[in-house]
Design a protein around this ligand. Sequence first.
Ligand code: ZN
Length: 319
Amino acid sequence: MKTKPVFVYKGDALTKYNFGQEHPFGPERHAAFHDKLERLSLGASLHIAPPSRATVDQLALFHTSSYIDLVSRASEDGKGFLDHGDTPAFIGVFEAASDVVGTTLAAIDAIMHGQAHRAFSPIGGLHHARRDKAGGFCVFNDCGVAIHYLRENYGIQRILYVDIDAHHGDGVFYDFEDDAELLFADIHQDGNTLYPGTGASNETGIGDAVNTKINLSLPPGATDNEFTEAWSQVENYVMDNPPEFIILQCGADSLAGDPITQLMLTEASHRMAASSLCQMADRYCKGRVLGLGGGGYNLLNIAKAWTQVIEAFVVDPKS
Ligand SMILES: [Zn+2]
């Protein structure tokens, strides 16, 4: 049987989610990735799909209505910050952030309806936004909305969220900290040395969810060797906790040369992690993997890391 394509999302609506030329999360990130993706000439293995906008009801699966209203108002005048100084408001930020979330949900639909082999939204993975506030360049947390959406629309409970962005995925971790069925594995730069300062190894969940999640810190300067060691713990964790759906937040800011972090990985770590998850997805959950780009502020690294993830998604691990 011919393998279905990998869906990758592209469109002007997604390009609008940026904070200007002077900001690390600037407007060039999209093109840097798509230009390199086109050069790979993946042919029929790849399907470029358009963005989609989330409804307010969908945003409210994760976010509080007062926070949704706050972003909506800030979007009209575009002034000030949505958090304490990292995430500026801009005119249209509500729509742009809703497009990021809606596109992540469209990617889930494409996987669950059997159209896509796997799917990737380069501008998704906004893992710092909390239910009631923005943080770290993240306005709406598409990862958090996606988890509730999978449960409500598809009855999928045991979702594995894996995060290899240099920053800890605090917006996912803390809002599902007491949820034993949200499987969570995060490899990041030590929170003592980087925003948001969280993700210590003793943070394993609370209440009924104690010991159901893993946080693995790498010291500044860590390379592919340290990542590979940490990854073996993620593999053991996944084998002990078979998921029904896998979300990979594959921030490219963990590669050497990122201007705001100090990890020294190469794109080989992203390839290895994505291949490993695809193999486990094929074994445990009908191959269902959704990739979300996340951070990354060195354009070359974005292109290298994310295209390695796409290649891993395209290649059938059984072949
Ligand atoms: Zn990051």
